[in-house]
Design a protein around this ligand. Structure first.
Ligand SMILES: [Ca+2]
Ligand SMILES: [Ca+2]
Length: 164
């Protein structure tokens, strides 16, 4: 299935490169793979409520051809909150793809995109209690924003990949 999708992506990228200006290219983007995935902009998102640690969550996403979700705007964060909230009627603390595992307080997204937006909760990130807290969980605290957290906590998570 994914081989076919990747092949189709390559075909569509090629046809786009020819400079065709009609709408066919827009409609011919491969869509999100199943009803479990939700489209937002040019990305597909999957909320997984089964708890996992951060690395296990990233590995799960990789097996889907995705990464843990990165977040680049307030509207994208609001979308993610609605995505996980709709499944549990609340604000479950949820892994996203941010980490400073390489160097303390230097943040990266696991999908390689720029760390150009953050929604830290008050006082975060704080390496609470002097621990290394290298992984970002969302929906944390009273204001449902971000916390740096030990990566071995078990959380639900969100996978994401970009449509081509
Ligand atoms: Ca930290
Ligand atoms: Ca923290």
């Amino acid at each position: 299935m994914w081989t076919i999708l990747l092949f189709l992506c390559a075909v569509f990228v090629q046809s786009g490169a020819t400079g065709e200006k009609d709408d066919r290219n827009k409609r011919s983007y491969p869509s999100c793979p199943s009803r479990q995935w939700t489209k937002n902009g040019q990305r597909c998102y999957l909320s997984v409520s089964a708890p996992n640690n951060w690395v296990g969550a990233e590995q799960y996403c990789l097996r889907q051809g995705a990464n843990l979700a990165s977040v680049h705007s307030f509207s994208e964060y609001t979308f993610l909150q609605q995505l996980v909230g709709s499944e549990s009627n609340g604000h479950p603390v949820t892994w996203i793809g941010g980490t400073d595992a390489f160097q303390d307080r230097v943040w990266f997204w696991s999908d390689g995109s720029s760390f150009d937006y953050a929604a830290w909760a008050a006082g975060e990130p704080n390496n609470y209690g002097g621990r290394r807290e290298p992984c970002i969980e969302m929906n944390w605290g009273a204001d449902h924003r971000w916390n740096d957290s030990p990566c071995d906590n078990k959380r639900g998570f969100i996978c994401s990949f970009k449509l081509c």
